[in-house]
Design a protein around this ligand. Structure first.
Ligand SMILES: *Cc1c(COP(=O)(O)O)cnc(C)c1O
Length: 417
């Protein structure tokens, strides 16, 4: 018996229509997955990864050959000179914050080109939270270029804000909790060309959260100097249990390494313990897992739009990350739908998500994440700050089958029960 027979007949008809509508897009994604898989496989082969590299170290972690090899694989895939891929990077925010704190010095300025930074980065910068240890406390200046009304970069204004003191110019690829489109690698390339004409000495940094393998090229392929992200998002493939990565030029990665541990030691220490096998395997699976999560997002967009909801991106729009937003217009429907997502999770399906305060976030957040790895948003999850226009951010999913099943049932519960 088909899984669909439990659904309302009208919903079954809608699902059939959606299946036909999105089929060409899913086929195109299969091609993208193979291209990215080829790139990752090539790096494993060129770096001669062997079974011994899957074993970690303890203590100081000196001469951790597996860690060095993993970092070489990341460097090759992202086209950079060097990389830090570490379980000691506790989150994406930590990876990004370590990169910024490692590159900036008192008297330098940081400029965000893509509007207000992601919530947790605002505390790193010192424009939210208590300011302790923030860039601001270290006399590092900060400003951002507000986006234009259509969500694009205001290059005219940016030209007036970039000065000789602007040491780092940051680009946030994914939308975070902002209401705007994510920036494709082509758009980032345009920003890089602009920055090079205005101040070629500025370091160009990209917050690549949710971006890895969602296109066939990455920001570092178009002139970005340093890029960072989380291993419990795309790059960990749903397998890595913790960690973050930072890739970039050798000089900058050296500076960041000294911030990650301490001056003198830098990247040479850091035991990987039992993490290497999972980090290697997760990175190998990442093109496929990310591609399937994007297929799921396309299904969500098409079906929820058919249900009369406003979604972004639309099902046929270009994608550069995992994020699918759905606008509920009021907190009740938003929280209810998040509850449906939780109820369709493999872990903690019996739990009801309740909006609450989270460290690093200014508004209350509702978070549905019935995941194998705590808070892993490469796994099927939904979250969003409880603030107008009450937008739920859906992302991830380890398999297309799970996302399709979960979303179809959530629609059934919300609109047909
Ligand atoms: C998730 C995210 C981060 C930070 O990641 P955490 O691992 O949650 O700390 C940074 N920037 C953006 C745009 C994100 O989506």
């Amino acid at each position: 018996m088909s899984w669909q027979t439990e659904l309302a007949p009208e919903l079954q008809t809608k699902i059939q229509a959606v299946d036909a509508q999105i089929a060409p897009r899913l086929t195109a994604l299969d091609d993208q997955i193979i291209n990215n898989q080829a790139k990752v496989l090539q790096a494993f082969q060129d770096q001669s990864i062997s079974e011994t590299h899957l074993n970690g170290t303890t203590g100081y972690g000196n001469d951790d050959q597996g860690r060095d090899k993993l970092e070489a694989v990341y460097s090759q895939v992202f086209g950079t000179e060097d990389a830090l891929v570490r379980p000691q990077l506790v989150s994406g925010t930590h990876a990004i914050g370590t990169a910024l704190l490692g590159m900036l010095r008192p008297g330098d300025d940081l400029l965000y080109l893509t509007g207000e930074p992601y919530d947790t980065l605002q505390e790193v910068i010192g424009i939210a939270g208590n300011g302790i240890g923030s860039l601001k406390e270290y006399q590092i200046g900060f400003d951002y270029v507000p986006l234009l009304a259509d969500g694009s970069v205001d290059f005219e204004l940016a030209k007036t804000m970039i000065t000789a003191k602007t040491k780092v110019i940051a680009i946030q690829r994914s939308r975070g909790y902002a209401v705007r489109d994510s920036f494709t690698v082509a758009k980032i390339a345009e920003m890089v060309r602009f920055i090079k004409t205005v101040n070629p000495d500025s370091i160009i940094f990209v917050d690549n959260a949710y971006g890895e393998f969602s296109e066939v090229i990455e920001p570092t392929d178009v002139g970005v100097d340093v890029m960072a992200g989380s291993l419990i998002k795309n790059a960990g493939g749903g397998i890595a249990q913790t960690g973050g990565y930072i890739v970039g030029t050798q000089r900058l990665i050296e500076m960041i390494g000294y911030r990650l541990t301490v001056p003198g030691v830098g990247a040479s220490e850091g035991a990987t313990q039992g993490n290497l096998q999972l980090m290697f395997e997760g990175f190998f699976l990442a093109p496929s897992v990310t591609g399937n999560a994007i297929k799921g997002a396309i299904y969500e967009a098409a079906l929820l739009e058919k249900m009369g909801l406003s979604v972004s991106p639309k099902w046929d729009a270009p994608r550069t990350d995992l994020i699918q937003t759905v606008n509920f217009g009021n907190p009740d429907d938003m929280v209810k739908f998040a509850g449906c997502v939780q109820a369709q999770s493999p872990i903690d399906s019996f739990v009801t998500p309740i909006p609450s305060d989270f460290a690093g976030y200014e508004d209350q957040i509702v978070m549905a994440a019935g995941t194998f790895i705590q808070g892993a948003s490469i796994e099927f999850s939904a979250d969003g700050p409880i603030r107008a226009p009450y937008t739920l951010y859906l992302q991830g999913g380890l398999t297309y089958a799970h996302i399709k099943l979960a979303i179809s049932r959530a629609v059934q519960t919300t609109y047909y029960a």
